[in-house]
Design a protein around this ligand. Sequence first.
Ligand code: FES
Length: 171
Amino acid sequence: MNRSSFVKKLLVFLGFSSSTNVLLSSCEKGETLLEVEEELSAEEKAYKELKENIGENGFFLDGKILNVDLTHKNYLKLQTTGEFINDSENYVLLLRKTEEDILALSNCCPHLGTSNRWSYSNGEFRCANHGNSYGTGIGFAANCSSNSTSGNLKQYKTEINQDILIVNFDT
Ligand code: FES
């Protein structure tokens, strides 16, 4: 039995999982270094990779998929129900609608396209440029800068993976 197999069996005996990876390597002085690395599931690996790709602004845009780190200081408001963030870098309003759900909506006003004058109350976003309000439901979505004065803002599909919000702009 080689040393790696022996150490692996020893770790199983001590209660580590049998899928634990054991890496043995020698350092300059001839001492043996032991690294124990738990095998991650595919989901855990994908999550870890996403976390590593999140940039200093708290998000990672991968094509049409936006990944937002909800623990990043830029997005902490989303931990409170009823709060929203106008993410102007990604042209999206992020709204913590309920404890379970975060909505992602276009931040382009359906009236004349203003994107930076939004407020939110009673389930609607109001654009202060001309005072029009738009819903956050599904159904009739008013397009960006289409001269619409009513309807819902365009909505994108979202999901939450642990502390990462995933927005699919292709929906
Ligand atoms: S541009 Fe938003 S209400 Fe007119």
